[in-house]
Design a protein around this ligand. Structure first.
Ligand SMILES: [Zn+2]
Ligand SMILES: [Zn+2]
Length: 378
């Protein structure tokens, strides 16, 4: 009797402790970006699958992956019309995936949003409806009825992988009259500019022209670690959501208002008005001082910049000055400081540095520009 109790206790302890150990061992993979002056930056991945459609895992794995990655907001968006595991896993309730994830996440600071993927031929192609109340009500033969029902439930709807070669062999994005009609009726609010490992360049143009919210998602079906090579330093594509508050309502308001930036393969993609404050919040000048050579002060200003984000910033120098230890392209590694040695020719008490941020894009081949004000430490 005692022996049994003892083994049970040991088993209980292990099953309780092991996940905690794993979580702390993987903190370095957590995705981190700074808040903006007026908004909290929430890391979201709003397009994911489980066995409840064509994914390979149970919803608890999606929750654990999100916790490992420091993702603040997730949505499991099962295909409404594509259920390949149906014979093995028949389920009458299309809300089940969401309910399970919500339950697994209840003891963590993770926001789980109720979503579904409307899975149609192009046009309109695939779209995700988020913040829905009942996925079962979205199952209709006619796509327009599905979109209208989603809207009735208050959904934020975005066009998925508009560049997908499965539906357009050229891999390009073309706005159709059906998309125009959806937008006109208030049934389409955003578009993925990145999905899984792909980039939809024309989708960014369409988003800018039609004021659609810019999103980037993993669209994960198997494991995040395998697809995005997390052990090798990769990251899943995410949408940075700039919210007034850390809540489902805060996320919803920000998505409808278009306050997002997609992060994909180290590139930041979004509207210039959100990229600039994000970059400025990321790159903070810690100190600046003139370098000594023996007892002589040189006119080389050492500028120490800390990068408070997970992006490796690639900056093209557009300043009046050149650098002593670098060419025109500067690389600022994530979550660490970099010292730039600026040749100011004369000793200055302050000056500015100007850069084009090459790993950020707000329109076709357009990179935002930033200015850093440097004050020399007296
Ligand atoms: Zn899809
Ligand atoms: Zn999908």
């Amino acid at each position: 009797m005692n022996l049994i109790t003892g083994s049970s206790l040991i088993f209980f302890c292990f099953s309780f402790i092991v996940p905690q150990v794993k979580l702390s061992a993987q903190t370095q993979r957590k995705i981190e970006f700074p808040d903006l002056p007026n908004y909290q930056t929430l890391i979201s991945d709003l397009h994911q699958h489980t066995v409840f459609s064509d994914g390979s895992v149970w919803p608890d794995i999606r929750v654990k992956e999100a916790l490992f990655d420091g993702v603040d907001v997730i949505a499991l968006t099962e295909h409404l019309e594509y259920q390949p595991h149906w014979e093995d896993l028949p389920h009458k309730d299309r809300n089940r995936s969401y309910e399970l994830a919500k339950e697994y996440a209840k003891n963590y600071d993770l926001i789980v949003i109720h979503g579904a993927e409307i899975t149609r031929d192009l046009p309109p192609g695939h779209s995700n409806a988020l913040f829905i109340e009942d996925a079962n009500q979205l199952v209709h033969d006619d796509y327009i009825e599905t979109f209208r029902e989603a809207k009735k439930q208050g959904a934020f709807i975005f066009w998925n992988h508009p560049n997908w070669i499965g539906q357009n062999t050229q891999g390009i994005t073309e706005l159709s009259p059906i998309h125009e009609a959806l937008m006109k009726e208030g049934l389409l609010h955003g578009v993925e500019v990145t999905n899984e490992n792909t980039f939809a360049d024309q989708a960014l143009i369409i988003a800018n022209e039609h004021e659609l919210t810019i999103l980037g998602t993993s669209d994960i079906h198997e494991l995040i670690d395998w697809l995005f090579d997390i052990p090798g330093g990769g990251h899943r594509p995410v949408t940075l959501v700039f919210a007034k508050e850390r809540s489902e309502l805060g996320v919803k308001e920000a998505l409808f208002e278009g306050r997002t930036v997609a992060w994909y393969q180290n590139s930041l993609i979004g509207q210039e008005k959100y990229l600039i404050p994000l970059i400025e919040s990321s790159l903070v000048v810690d100190t600046a001082y003139y370098q000594m050579y023996g007892n002589k002060e040189t006119q080389i200003a050492n500028v120490v910049i800390f990068n408070h984000s997970d992006a490796t910033y690639l900056l093209n120098n557009e300043s009046d000055f050149s650098f002593y230890h670098a060419t025109e392209i500067i690389e600022l590694n994530p979550q660490t400081s970099t010292t730039l040695s600026v040749k100011t020719i004369e000793s200055l008490s302050s000056f500015e540095l100007n850069f084009e941020v090459l790993n950020a894009i707000y329109a076709k081949k357009m990179h935002p520009k930033i200015r850093l004000d440097i004050n020399i430490k007296p």
